[in-house]
Design a protein around this ligand. Sequence first.
Ligand code: 5GP
Ligand code: MG
Length: 180
Amino acid sequence: MLENISRVLLTEEQIQTRVKELAAQLSAEYAGKNPIFVGVLKGVVMFYADFLKYFTEHCQMDFMWISSYAGTVSTGKAIVKQDVSQDIRGRHVVILEDIFDTGNSLQFTYNHLLAKEPASLKICTLLDKPERRVPGITVKADYTGFVIPNEFVVGYGLDFNEQYRNLPFVGVLSPEAYEK
Ligand code: 5GP
Ligand code: MG
């Protein structure tokens, strides 16, 4: 599995340290608010589980599954494959994402959840690739784990054609892996 990883970008230890910091920050800011953490499947699963384990206050879990991405090229379109399972109106909601890339899927997810009239709606992304943002994206990440360069990364939930999600670190996929 490691033959197509050209280098490790974020080690397991770096990720765990940063996820703990984010969870501590949000634990303080959301204490007493019983937030709903909406994870965007499937890439967020590792981050989501680790983050929730380090979050020390009452909270609830929910998930959305949207489809917008095939291979390494973003299509700019999204559909809701699975919506949140509860009424979020009047609730404090935090979207958890694996990566903020072009911004299309976070913009779509944000608009979709905002229409349900939550009391507040924020975005927490593990990774951000600001160089990739496309015009027309108005959402911003309220909480970011790591800003990373414009390279295609896999691991810690992130896939290439459904592979590599189970790596405990984030690595750069060598271009030969998707050019062949
Ligand atoms: P968007 O381009 O809409 O911001 O990102 C949509 C989705 O594309 C992300 O949630 C993620 O699943 C996928 N994606 C974007 N950049 C990368 C990357 O570098 N590696 C992987 N594996 N997926 C990515
Ligand atoms: Mg994703």
